[in-house]
Design a protein around this ligand. Structure first.
Ligand code: UD1
Ligand code: UDP
Length: 377
């Protein structure tokens, strides 16, 4: 194995979307025999949010799992920062690669900064200007202490330029589009295969059917607020549609804690968090999506997926998906949600698209090329 001309890369993930979006880069590194150390912070620790993806993507298991105390946000940041700091000081990598806006990303960036190790931030420049969310704080801090900023779109590049970040900005697309492309061949084979029911066993009776709406909700602003969570579930159960809801553990705990299980049943079917291929398959099969996810706003714009999404948020750091006509923002209020559901059901335009605003699936190639040029000695 060669490394990037004697450069050691430390690649760090903490949560499900970080693993999905780092996966194409790991594949590129493997393809080009570039050596790297893979570190997982343990923020997401359940098999369904962590190892399931590593097995499915056939990427290497983390070289180091730092198993920090992640029981609350303060511990997440403090503990991950301290433990990652120890690892980085031992490894002395030439660069630390991080992706996204989670507490793991913030903690890793701070540890790298204090250890004087350059930071490359993938998916930089996203801005919602919604300061109620933890992620907006994380994004802005991390972008301002990063040395290399891999921005997905022209919009995010402009945000970074306007804020006069000190690092070098490269507009490269989003690696989630690469992840879909990498999975799509296998997916198409399975999708067209009528005996595909195995991977749908967990969907309880929905095998092969296309008449459901896909729902995911996990954001703190929605699930930690009993009134909002109740209004979302009430609206879904009062509509005339059926829902498949792969449920994040945080959301499941909230539904149970707030006594909202009465809304769950035949109409709203909760299933365990799905692996990526299964998730893409139901994304392909569903009528449309209702979600508060960041990554799903990007995925629906991919030409392979091309779905409508109702986004349960006041504002978004991913305006490209709204502009391309895939996503529509929706206030988390009972009546407004029902109105949006009705509108999307009546008006389900399936316009053809040739390219996602998030790129054409070559972001990981571009990122790897840039790192090689930048760090070749
Ligand atoms: C985190 C990120 C969010 C990202 C999401 C991706 C932060 C502040 N939030 O939110 O930006 O969109 O990941 O999914 O970094 N839990 C489990 N098992 C796990 C992980 C979590 O049961 O493997 C439960 C725990 O009760 C935990 C709660 O979920 O307290 C919240 O987990 P946490 O990682 O803090 O935030 P997420 O909601 O997952
Ligand atoms: N996802 C998945 N299985 C699921 C739900 C989501 O594989 O059951 C994928 C989804 O395709 C997307 C990513 O997880 O790529 C989004 O994760 P999440 O919504 O938890 O985080 P966010 O993107 O909001 O940070």
């Amino acid at each position: 194995m060669s490394n990037l001309h004697n450069m050691t890369v430390a690649m760090v993930t903490g949560t499900r979307p970080e693993i999905i979006k780092m996966y194409p880069i790991m594949k590129q590194f493997d393809l080009r025999s570039i050596d790297y150390k893979y570190i997982h912070t343990g923020q997401h620790y359940d098999y369904n949010l962590f190892l399931k993806f590593i097995e499915e993507f056939e990427i290497r298991k983390p070289d180091i799992c730092i198993s920090a105390d992640v029981s609350n946000p303060i511990n997440q940041v403090a503990n991950i920062m301290q433990k990652i700091g120890i690892v980085l000081n031992e490894l002395q990598p030439s660069i630390v690669l991080i992706e996204g806006d989670t507490n793991s990303v913030l903690a890793t960036a701070l540890a790298s900064l204090k250890s004087k190790i350059p930071i490359a931030h993938i998916e930089s420049g996203l801005r919602s200007n919604d300061w109620k969310t933890v992620e907006e704080h994380n994004r802005k801090i991390v972008d301002h202490i990063s040395d290399i900023l891999f921005s997905p779109t022209g919009v995010s590049t402009k945000n970074l330029q306007n804020e006069l970040v000190h690092g070098t900005i490269y507009t490269v697309g989003n690696t989630v589009i690469d992840a879909i492309s990498l999975c799509f061949d296998k997916l198409k084979t399975d999708y067209n295969n009528k005996n595909d029911s195995n991977s749908f066993k967990s969907l309880g009776g929905y095998e092969g059917r296309d008449d459901f709406v896909l729902v995911t909700i996990h954001r703190a602003e929605n699930v930690d607020d009993v009134s909002i969570l109740r209004q979302i579930l009430m609206a879904l159960s009062d509509s005339n549609l059926k829902y498949i809801f792969p449920v994040h553990p945080r959301t499941l705990k909230a539904i149970q804690k707030y006594g909202l299980t009465r809304y769950i049943g035949k109409k709203i079917r909760l299933v365990d968090p799905l692996g990526y291929l299964d998730f893409l398959k139901i994304l392909l099969r569903c009528r449309f999506v209702i979600t508060d996810s960041g990554g799903i706003q990007e995925e629906v714009t991919s030409p392979q997926i091309n779905k409508q999404a109702i986004i349960l948020r006041d504002c978004t750091e991913r305006p490209e998906s709204v502009e391309s006509g895939h996503s529509v923002l929706c206030k988390m209020e009972y009546k407004t949600i029902l109105e949006h559901i009705e509108r999307v059901t009546k008006n389900d335009p399936k316009k053809k698209i040739s390219q996602s605003p998030y790129g054409s699936g070559d972001a990981a190639v571009k990122i790897t090329d840039i790192l090689k040029v930048k760090f070749s000695k």
